[in-house]
Design a protein around this ligand. Structure first.
Ligand code: B12
Ligand code: SF4
Length: 591
């Protein structure tokens, strides 16, 4: 995949150890009352989403790969006073919440390297926002562990560095450390708060009064609770959308989802869509701050404009969506736009919406896939979509509403038809799959392999990113246990992982020598390192991945499972299957 880089630098990146140890001038005027920060690897606004996703998944010892591909990735931009020019949207939202209570000159948001410039004797709170500090969430842990270290993806190494720097501050006895953001739970769940010197982990949004009261209490020097659950805004107008530059131009578009998958964390939040004027103000502020890239962040872009209306949220509001995205990409100064997350059923419900969105969005997409895109400039759109499993039995248990308005019994058909419609419009989504779900049987994995092989057979394409099931804190599957180590994965589970990655590489391998180098490289890596780490079940799937032996042969020798072809419903049959009260909402031009 070709991702146009927004900025390039010749300066090689700093190694992990150098980053936190760089000297920085001490705080003038005794420092700020409240200092906000986030791990460097979560702040970088360089080269697009994929770099952060790679940083979350590769083990720390493989940082050289990132250094080579993106020299200068760790170079960040600062304002004149040394504060950060951009920060993850979560930090910016917290900053905005705090500014409602405290004067601007008492708050600073800075990169971890610059903490010494802002922490001083006057500092009472250092607030850290984190997405994924310990790498114990989907996909992040699993790929690091395949290469030999389950606890330390690159992002985690940088998060620990940031915490170590705060812990070592000579002013540490006078301030409290408060952590928040979507990955805060990882710290308390692994009992790392003491080691990282964290006083309190906040679970929830900064807009809440409880969160602001906690800061007040910290400033007074009071004892803080180890964790604090705070409320989520209940109405769209209460959501703070910061009008400052955010990493990757992230502007929140919705919260919650509504499909109620039992493993999902964001879905526990109320379903809200942010008013258009707030979104647009944040887009303009990002451009003013120097950002050329915007990304509307959401769990499902298709619910925007259809929340709490008389139409069920799973019948997208075509006009509202096209109008919103058009205005975003037409904003002067916006050169690129990246899609965030979505679901797949809306593509089946309204293919015309997908066509119209493509017309609006493709031109501003920074993602190119020359081998398969039919766009004149070879651009594609690639939202993140959860496929999770091809097993209807399992889907009924863990995500019964994932495909609404269609029955979950038709999930494989919804995936195939949705993907067909998306591909026809140059959407090649990144689809996540979960491996090692609690109670997953070999038959369930075979059903997912059937679907994956069927996708291949039909010439459809998605980047498929399988990850090992991780019970997320507070979800309905919090106490469930799946596979915990790669060594315990079955042959079929390994095959699913490797088959997906083999298919992912297909459109990238344009040269004759690319596949050859890849095959040889993976076999050598297997010989020297991976076979010992990942156990015997890994061997044949790795051969499959390397393309060392034709899959048909391996299937005949019973070394791998070749997915069976299956009959699926067409779009017309899926629409036909809808309940009459739902069919009424299907738009006439696509009914
Ligand atoms: C945009 C996005 C990304 C982008 C950009 C990230 C960035 N650095 O800005 C990209 C694609 C790079 C990304 C990558 C990843 N992401 Co992401 N991402 C999101 C998404 C869609 C929006 C995040 C966002 O900015 N929201 C808007 C802001 C305002 O919300 P917020 O950050 O939660 O902040 C609020 C509160 O948390 C709180 N708060 C925030 N910070 C602080 C700090 C303090 C002290 C306090 C008190 C409160 C507080 O107040 C804010 C509101 O007022 C969310 C889903 C979602 N809807 O949240 C997933 C999500 C956060 N990502 C997730 C995951 C798994 C990942 C990856 C690990 C995926 C992967 N395997 O590659 C990587 C990790 C990246 C890394 N560096 O390690 C999961 C997190 C699961 C978890 N940690 O438990 C989520 C929830 C998606 C999901 N459905 O599972 N992500
Ligand atoms: S569709 Fe995605 S965001 Fe919605 S509940 Fe399911 S997993 Fe969560």
């Amino acid at each position: 995949m070709d991702l146009k880089k927004s900025e390039k630098s010749a300066r090689p990146s700093d190694p992990v150890d150098a980053v936190a140890d760089q000297p920085s001038p001490s705080a003038p005027d005794g420092g700020k009352l409240i200092v906000l920060t986030a791990p460097l690897t979560e702040c970088i606004d360089h080269a697009g989403y994929f770099i952060q996703m790679a940083i979350a998944s590769l083990p720390a010892w493989m940082q050289w790969v990132i250094d080579k591909k993106y020299p200068g990735w760790s170079r960040v931009e600062r304002n004149e006073d040394g504060s950060a020019k951009y920060m993850p949207a979560g930090v910016r939202a917290l900053e905005e919440s705090l500014l409602r209570r405290y004067p601007r000159d008492q708050i600073a948001a800075c990169f971890p390297d610059d903490l010494d410039r802002f922490i001083g004797p006057k500092t009472r709170v250092v607030a850290v926002s984190t997405h994924n500090p310990l790498g114990v969430t989907f996909a992040a842990g699993v790929y690091a562990s395949i290469f030999g270290n389950s606890r330390m993806p690159i992002n985690s190494a940088y998060a620990r560095k940031a915490f170590a720097k705060i812990k070592a501050s000579p002013h540490r006895p006078q301030f409290k450390v408060i952590v928040g953001g979507s990955g805060g739970w990882q710290i308390t769940q692994t009992d790392m708060d003491e080691e990282l010197s964290v006083d309190c982990v906040v679970q929830g949004r900064s807009e809440s009064t409880d969160c602001m009261d906690l800061f007040e209490s910290a400033i007074r020097g009071e004892e803080l609770p180890r964790t604090l659950d705070v409320a989520h805004p209940l109405s769209r107008d209460q959501i703070i959308v910061p009008e400052t530059r955010t990493t990757f131009g992230v502007v929140e578009m919705t919260t919650g989802c509504g499909r109620r998958c039992s493993f999902c964390l964001p879905d526990l939040n109320p379903q809200l869509d942010v008013p258009k004027d707030k979104i647009m103000a944040a887009v303009r502020a990002n451009v003013k701050g120097g950002n050329r890239l915007i990304s509307l962040a959401t769990e499902d872009m298709f619910i925007w404009g259809q929340v709490r209306t008389s139409t069920p949220f799973f019948f997208p509001n075509r006009e509202a969506l096209v109008d919103l995205y058009r205005e975003v990409v037409d904003t002067p100064g916006v050169e690129h736009h990246i899609l965030s997350h979505s679901t797949i059923a809306p593509a089946v419900v309204d293919p015309e919406l997908i066509r119209q969105l493509s017309e609006v969005l493709l031109e501003k997409s920074p993602i190119h896939l020359p081998r398969i895109s039919r766009h004149p400039k070879k651009k594609i759109l690639s939202p993140l979509i959860g496929l999770e499993t091809g097993s209807v039995r399992l889907a009924r248990q863990i995500m019964p509403s994932k495909g609404v308005p269609f029955s979950i019994d038709d999930w494989p058909s919804v995936v195939l038809e949705g993907l067909r419609i998306l591909n026809e419009n140059n959407w090649f989504p990144t689809m996540t799959l979960m491996v090692g779900n609690p109670g997953e049987t070999d038959d369930d994995v075979r059903a997912t392999l059937d679907l994956v092989y069927e996708i291949e057979r039909r010439g459809l394409f998605a980047f498929m990113v399988p990850s090992i099931f991780t019970p997320l804190h507070d979800t309905r599957m919090e106490r469930k246990k799946g596979v915990t180590e790669t060594k315990h994965l079955s042959k079929l589970q390994w095959q699913l992982l490797m088959k997906c990655w083999k298919m992912n590489l297909r459109p990238g391998q344009q040269s004759w020598w690319g596949p050859l180098v890849w095959r040889l490289g993976s076999l050598i890596l297997w010989l020297v390192r991976l076979r010992r780490l990942n156990g015997p079940h890994f061997t044949w799937p790795l051969f499959l991945f390397a393309g060392a032996i034709p899959e048909k042969w391996m299937g005949k020798w019973n070394k791998i499972y070749i997915g069976r072809p299956f009959q699926s419903k067409s779009r017309a049959e899926l629409i036909e299957s809808l309940r009459p009260n739902h069919r009424a909402f299907v738009r006439e031009d696509v009914a």
